[in-house]
Design a protein around this ligand. Sequence first.
Ligand code: FES
Length: 108
Amino acid sequence: MTKVTLHQPDGRVDTLDVADGTSVMRAALTASIPGIVGECGGQAMCATCHVYVRDEYLDQLPDMSEDEDEMLDCTASPRDDHRSRLGCQITLSTALDGIEVDIPATQI
Ligand code: FES
């Protein structure tokens, strides 16, 4: 199991325990966390799973694919050049245990 903490713009904080191999997007949807839409089902084709990863976890993230990079130019909330990632492209595992992300104000 891996812990992921999601911070809402209004200050709400949710910490989830999820099975390794689950994406941040899927973990949020399964727990009915507001602010993550996941319209394309995790295919890196919609950018409605946009999250801002907190600085201390950036080094542990997998490299960004070209597709993810392109989709991050289409986010509804502004892209942060360092912290923006697609939640569907972050697969949780012990290496990322405790990761914290901020959910943008809007996804659509
Ligand atoms: Fe569509 Fe992540 S769910 S890009």
